[in-house]
Write a protein that binds this ligand. Sequence first.
Ligand SMILES: Cc1ncc(COP(=O)(O)O)c(C=O)c1O
Length: 387
Amino acid sequence: MATKKPGFTTRQVHAGVVPDPVTGAILTPIYQTTTYVQESVDRYLAKGYSYSRSANPTVRALENKLTDLEGGTDTICFGTGMAAINGLYLAYLNAGDHAIVSDVVYGGTYRLSTKVYSRFGVEFSFVDTSDAANVRKAVRRNTKLILTETPANPTLKLTDLRAVSDVAREHGILHAVDNTFLTPYYQRPLELGADLVIHSTTKYFDGHNATVGGAIVVSSEEQAKSIRFIMNAGGMIMSPQVAFLTLQGCKTLSVRMERQAANALAIAKFLEGHPQVTWVAYPGLPSFPQHELARRQASGFGAMLSFEVKGGVAAGKALMDRIRLWTLAENLGSVESLITHPVTMTHADVEPAERQRIGLTDGLVRLSVGLEDADDLIAALRDALDG
Ligand SMILES: Cc1ncc(COP(=O)(O)O)c(C=O)c1O
């Protein structure tokens, strides 16, 4: 009798890990070692491990878990989410190549593209990927990569992953998706036709503000080989301690996501009704312009939202100075609720004209909704908004 594939929550606990074969320890140990003893010149004692820049068993356990959760072929972990994006670029972009990137992306992705890779003769077009027709129009003879982020940081704009994947496939271009905001619990880009998935594991996989890490989930052995080569050549590793903590975070991912998303919806509804708030962007609100797309391509709406306070920058800053319970900090996805002013914090490197063009307004406030009681989070926002 064929057995049914276990559900996501079962797999997030068990996939990729086995009790330690030496001691029976239930948690995969932190393999704190530089090198691995060889039996002879051409034989390793433990299969596959030679030196911890190339591979490490604790990191490998996390890679196997992420591969299972995203439904990929393999995963390569990196020292941070930005190292993963750097690894993607190094693997697929050469001087003279062109890449299409979502116009609303994490500020660090924009910075890496415009301030680093442009120095090496790689061209970028920042395109409104919410309409696949824009992507089609932006394709050039030398386009090698499309990188989309959805929901995008910080305006939550969505990309239709199936439509953009179709354009990519038609032109023989790779489509990589930054799935940091929704995680595979709510959105699985490979099932929608994408080729590669990027994660900042710093965010929801860790979930506890404990680490920085990144990963690329691939859909072919060939991609795994190219990206692992770059990771090893560039020494862009994740440490075993980070992998260990991230493995523990993964085990509660779906439970945290559901509770944090429920909190986010309650907060979005509250903000929408507050007289001091001009607009609220949360894909779970019927008023969100791409609400239907959110329902179609994801099984949940996540726990990130942004809103604009009446009174612009001054009002936004005053709100953040006044608010209690919410922590003013960069980062997102953790159990602690965080509040951010993207224009001066996460997206400070995006030029003012570009910010204007993509709707990243000066008064925009971004919330990463945590695991506290929704009533407490709403009461703190109400007090701060009411002044
Ligand atoms: C969507 C997204 N991708 C990538 C990154 C970069 O990840 P890291 O900070 O782990 O380098 C971030 C960081 O905020 C992010 O929000």
